[in-house]
Design a protein around this ligand. Sequence first.
Ligand SMILES: [Zn+2]
Length: 104
Amino acid sequence: MVEITGTPVYSCRKCMNPIALRVDLISKNYLAKSGQVYMFAHAMNIEIGPKVDKQLMTSYFSIAEIFCGKCGEEMGWTYVRAYDAKKYKERNYILEKAKFLKEY
Ligand SMILES: [Zn+2]
């Protein structure tokens, strides 16, 4: 377990499992079908589901769903592979705002 100091942490709303650090937040300006989502460069204490190919908006991606490593709640998804110009999204983590809380 990594000790976290000096940066706000985003935790699972259900079980308070720390999922991502504020310093790893890339953008808050994304909207998914489920509502607002945040993009992170890194996430922790998570389980990653099987890879699926999916058309998102205008692009084709290989993504995998992310689940809380403690309570199993679905948190969002990660881009495993981008098939077009959106390469910058690869290996980033998308977390649904409704699923986490910000802690200090
Ligand atoms: Zn949880």
